[in-house]
Design a protein around this ligand. Structure first.
Ligand code: GLN
Length: 455
């Protein structure tokens, strides 16, 4: 097939599905077809790992000449003057960006209902959420619009949508992939991640975008191997799996737990050993994460002042009015909630009681992981306690929404790599259930091997 065929097919499929799904905020049709024609004409270079492959990009990742809004009114019509490093890298690899996908505003949310522009629907059941915040990317992959899509994962935003949509999602080790050009939320947690239908596709995307970037001081100087190459010989014989009680507990919906437990049994039957362990700080993850991530967000979001980017309130009286009214009108409710929570936690009188305490919890949680991973290769459990919930059922109850992230935020506290892979379907509602696999720092290879044998 030609690149032009692939790209045309992607746009046909988007046309067919997106009225219902609302996964895309912007399409890149003209430029994508032009690029495809160029690739078809020039032929594929040896280093073009993704030549002609249509992909989609979450709308909090900068794309030169194509609007990037973070699903916020405050960035409506914002047109970046440069590409994020990941976007530059996929372009170099020959991939074609077909469009920008919907998300919770500034990636704050777990359902993609916090977008200022539209609500994305789950392709398995249109009345359900796709998860969030990378819900547009997940729905686009699950619906077959594109072969892969990029997102970000600050507290679960790749893994939870992967779980809710029955696809493969990778959040790599913190530092593996450059954050240059990714709109900052909680900078010490944020990582670019990606969603695909198959494990092998997922590994190939990772190879195309990983590596040191001089623009991002936290990007790691690590070799970028060909993770896909050894997958066909992968085996889990002798793999030491730790299963934290908290990740398979009776707090999970019984139908979800059943699927996860069956997946664990399957690994045992393939020769892996399973140890039940305790990670007692898991329950503090959500409160600590929401303090820390909101604190970082309150600082990162200072730059949206009505002057530098995007939206500015009309009929303003003076400079203060520009700031106050642009921010009041430009930010949505959830974003304002985080800014207030973050500013409060960082304020002189409350710093020790909140920010500092949460930072200590973060250290304890990271230690839990490092201890367990001393004598285990991977940690496994559920990605979420439920399947995709109904649109509208939780969005007015922020704390309830936050607790959806109980099993995903701990990983971001420790900067570890983690995947969600499709484990099966709920007997109760027929919706997909994800299995979470967590690995050692920079050991994505073991994650991919482990995921691949399950497929
Ligand atoms: N749901 C979490 C939050 O709202 C995680 C979001 C994310 O990973 N971007 O903060």
């Amino acid at each position: 097939v030609s690149a032009t065929d692939l790209v045309k097919r992607a746009f046909d499929r988007i046309e067919e599905t997106d009225d219902k799904l609302q996964a895309f905020l912007a399409l890149n049709k003209e430029a994508a077809l032009k690029r495809a024609a160029e690739i078809d004409k020039a032929g594929v270079a040896d280093d073009q790992l993704l030549a002609g492959i249509p992909l989609a990009v979450k709308d909090n990742i900068l794309t030169k000449g194509l609007t990037t809004t973070a699903a916020s009114k405050i960035l409506e019509n914002f047109n970046p003057v440069y590409d994020a490093t990941v976007v530059e890298k996929i372009k170099q690899a020959g991939a074609i960006n077909v469009g920008k996908t919907n998300l919770d505003e500034f990636a704050m949310g777990s359902s993609t209902e916090n977008s200022a522009f539209k609500t994305t629907h789950n392709p398995w059941n249109l009345t359900r959420v796709p998860g969030g915040s990378s819900g547009g990317s997940a729905a686009a992959v699950a619906a077959g619009d594109v072969l892969g899509a990029f997102g970000t994962d600050t507290g679960g935003s790749i893994r939870m949508p992967a779980s809710f949509n029955g696809i493969v999602g990778m959040k790599p080790t913190y530092g593996r992939v450059s954050r240059w050009g990714v709109i900052a939320f909680g900078s010490s947690f944020d990582q670019v991640g990606w969603l695909t239908k198959s494990v092998k596709d997922n590994a190939i995307l990772m190879q195309a975008i990983s590596g040191l970037d001089k623009h991002d001081m936290t990007s790691a100087n690590k070799e970028v191997p060909n993770w896909a190459a050894s997958l066909d010989n992968a085996s889990v014989k002798g793999l030491r799996i730790a299963v934290p009680e908290e990740y398979v507990s009776d707090k999970l919906d019984p139908d979800v737990r059943e699927v996860v437990e069956a997946a664990l049994k399957h690994y045992e039957s393939l020769g892996a050993t399973i140890d039940t362990v305790k990670m007692p700080h898991t329950k503090y993850g959500v409160p600590a994460y929401y303090i820390l991530a909101s604190s970082e967000a309150s600082s990162n979001l200072q730059r949206y002042d009505g002057i530098r980017y995007g939206f500015r309130a009309k009929d303003v009286k003076n400079l203060d009015d520009v700031y106050v009214r642009s921010r009041t009108e430009g930010f949505g409710e959830e974003v304002k909630r985080r800014i207030m929570l973050g500013t409060f936690s960082l304020s002189a009188g409350f710093y020790d009681a909140y920010f500092n305490k949460a930072a200590k919890v973060r250290r304890l949680m990271a230690n839990d992981f490092f201890n367990v991973l001393k004598d285990h290769d991977v940690i496994m459990g559920a990605t979420g306690a439920t399947t995709a919930f109904e649109i509208g059922s939780e969005v007015d109850d922020p704390t309830k929404m936050y607790f959806n992230d109980t099993l995903t935020v701990p990983v971001n506290m420790a900067g570890l790599p983690a995947m969600s892979i499709p484990a099966g379907f709920s007997k109760k509602d027929g919706m997909p259930v994800g299995l979470q696999i967590i690995g050692k720092q920079f050991d994505e290879q073991t994650l991919y091997n482990t995921a691949y044998v399950f497929e």
